[in-house]
Design a protein around this ligand. Sequence first.
Ligand SMILES: Nc1nc2c(c(=O)[nH]1)N[C@H]1C(S)=C(S)[C@@H](COP(=O)(O)OP(=O)(O)OC[C@H]3O[C@@H](n4cnc5c(=O)[nH]c(N)nc54)[C@H](O)[C@@H]3O)O[C@H]1N2
Ligand SMILES: Nc1nc2c(c(=O)[nH]1)N[C@H]1C(S)=C(S)[C@@H](COP(=O)(O)OP(=O)(O)OC[C@H]3O[C@@H](n4cnc5c(=O)[nH]c(N)nc54)[C@H](O)[C@@H]3O)O[C@H]1N2
Ligand SMILES: [Mo]
Length: 766
Amino acid sequence: MKKKTTLNPELTPETLTGLKTSEPKEVAVGMPAVVSSMKHVFGAMDVGRGVKALLNLNQKDGFDCPSCAWPDPDDERSSFAEYCENGAKAVAEEATTKRLLPDFFAQHSIVELGTWSDYELSQQGRIAQPMHKRKGVDHYEPIAWEDAFALIAKHLNELQSPNEAIFYTSGRTSNEAAFLYQLFVREYGTNNLPDCSNMCHESSGVALIETVGIGKGSVKLEDLYLADLIIIAGQNPGTNHPRMLSALEKAKRNGAKILSVNPLYETGLVAFSNPQTAGGLLGTKTDLSDVFLQVRINGDVPLFKALLKLMHAEEQKNGGVFDWKFIEEKTTGVQDLLIDLEKHTLQQLAEDCGLTVSQLREAAELIINSKKIVACWAMGLTQHKNAVDNIREVVNLLLLKGSIGKPGAGTCPVRGHSNVQGDRTMGIWEMPPKSFLDSLEKQFGFQPPRHHGYNTVEAIKAMYERKASVFFAMGGNFLSATPDTVYTAQALRNCSLTAHVSTKLNRSHLVTGEEALILPCLGRTDLDIQHGEAQFVSVENSMGVVHQSKGKLKPISEFLLSEPDIVRRLANAVLEYKSVIDWDKYVAHYDNIRAIIEQTIPGFENYNERVRKPGGFYLPNGAREGDFKTNTGKAAFSVNQYLPLKLAEEEYLMMTIRSHDQFNTTIYGLDDRYRGIYNERRVVLMNEQDISKRGWKGGEKVDLFNYFGGIERTAPQFIIVPYSIPERCVATYFPETNTLVPIDSFAERSMTPTSKTVIIQIKPVI
Ligand SMILES: Nc1nc2c(c(=O)[nH]1)N[C@H]1C(S)=C(S)[C@@H](COP(=O)(O)OP(=O)(O)OC[C@H]3O[C@@H](n4cnc5c(=O)[nH]c(N)nc54)[C@H](O)[C@@H]3O)O[C@H]1N2
Ligand SMILES: Nc1nc2c(c(=O)[nH]1)N[C@H]1C(S)=C(S)[C@@H](COP(=O)(O)OP(=O)(O)OC[C@H]3O[C@@H](n4cnc5c(=O)[nH]c(N)nc54)[C@H](O)[C@@H]3O)O[C@H]1N2
Ligand SMILES: [Mo]
């Protein structure tokens, strides 16, 4: 592979790897997925370790899959294969026996590693020892753990204010580690706890708290099996939540219909062959979507408004569409919504979402004829300027049908990282509720800071403006996951110290403050022994089930520490005698951490006992019971306006999406099998008419630009791939095009970067 020559380690190399294409696949999973998972697992470790890893994945006494947050079935769990292709790849990535030892870092300078692709970086194996980059030096060198913690303590204790430090969290951190981490950060004195949620489902949280009184989804897995209709908007389950397909298959068998809303005909929304059944392996398929609306990017508000309008028209004509009993007893604001619908014409709404009125009627028909509706969504709805409105429109639809708080119906924001929801429950939040801080104060006897901290976008700006200068990350790949890569890189370079608790090497280790640390930790699959006893941790899945996860594999190095132990040592080094908390006691046995979580956070009664029950326990969820804990005690309809995006002649609307061979910024391979794109990530999927209008052809090489706020942002060297996508819409992979997502373009109120609405220009490579 040819290396790039520029010395910008923040940018992914522009090198093209040799695109091959085929027709997109028509059926998801089946035998090819099984073959692919085996290839990844047995390519990364010996057969014994691989078999052990897969046999323990998502079993009741095994470990939780480190990939997505889709729940495990409560009862009938497949005894050998309760995982998916992409879960197996995530395990292969973590459980690999390849190790990164200090001589690797001696051989390769930081600048040189910056010229490697993300794929090459993650192929290097698990980081095996704490590493330190001294000021002015371009190599990482080994450092003893005690020295690393002393260094962090020195930097943190030199700050004028604790608010000059930032403590990021990715979503894999267990409940136990997350609780201790936020406790340390708050005793140190700040709420600067940005997390990956800020870039992910924050918009869902904001919209749901306000409308139904809880920032989480309301459904259980069984609700999908009981639903009349499942709406899947802005989500690609075949790639990102493959085990959801088994649930959809079962729902279909029970008679449910599926309505998909997506600018792309994603294979996993079209048809599915279940690899856990003999028939599925041989290719028997279940057709999934009954109606597929190929919406224009960011066309969801007009689309949902049109559906609401059609429902209303039918209600007025023949009745029986709305659940008036529910609306009258349980909600507020329906009249305002219905009045607002009168202001829009169906024709205009159809035009603004890029569909025909007859397509919309077909979809409305499904909704009108259903009594129990589950609405699922993910990043396609949450990463836009009006993302909160997108989700409020979905809630409007469910409320009109009385489809929240009864079996077979409700909200289902499908979470990303395997414990992102649990981390929030544990207090990883820059805006903690007063009740949470009061509870910390009562339990521990210190005064937690009360003012809000920085979210992800604010944290980047604070570092850029030198209002913050120490950056600590519990997991993740902050540089590559965040928007405006060049700006963010400068923000990180402005720091005096950047420190990452990590399992694998990534680009955030290569764009550093004056000094930098890599602190290697145990992952989900690793055996975690404290004081001679094997520990387990716990996580909360997308449906609010808290359950245990117990690593089984021998760690690849004696130097790895568990995340709770890293927090313990960090707290002891930074706070010393000033701390009122007995950190050693908690980490000596994780039952002690769970005992104090139980006393601090509602819903965790008998935590240690209940988490040991196979399958765990459900957290309380008002919306699920039809008890809406909003200001009024009722669920709230909302009126949402939208401004159709006006694109200039040469502009296109870009969404940044995931390929089939990646987990966020970790690149497992270069193929996107379902979309028929192989061996290349620098592609831009474009409508054929748009391509020919410009006189271009598939295969043409182009550079991409964004000019938000008068600044030129570039992503050079992409190949045009003709694809079925609405006109003026294009798609590229994240994180290669994060350079184009402006730091100042984020969702109203949730401040989630608008990674799915990026206005770009496309110019042929000169
Ligand atoms: N294998 C694997 N699993 C993962 C991840 C991974 O990277 N790899 N990531 C995890 C994480 S953190 C998350 S948050 C989830 C992400 O899961 P998804 O949200 O499914 O991931 P994206 O690839 O961002 O896909 C968004 C989908 O929304 C569609 N879309 C884009 N814009 C719009 C729009 O304006 N309207 C509508 N209706 N649709 C739109 C895209 O076509 C795409 O199908 O997956 C989790 N699981
Ligand atoms: N343009 C664009 N940007 C996006 C998105 C998008 O759709 N488009 N999606 C956004 C979303 S939804 C999310 S959630 C964020 C993701 O943002 P992050 O969570 O910050 O990113 P990841 O790529 O998941 O982080 C991968 C790194 O985590 C570390 N890691 C893995 N397992 C563990 C572990 O068990 N412990 C520790 N300590 N470290 C571990 C490894 O070193 C690995 O390199 O990205 C966001 N960015
Ligand atoms: Mo996410």
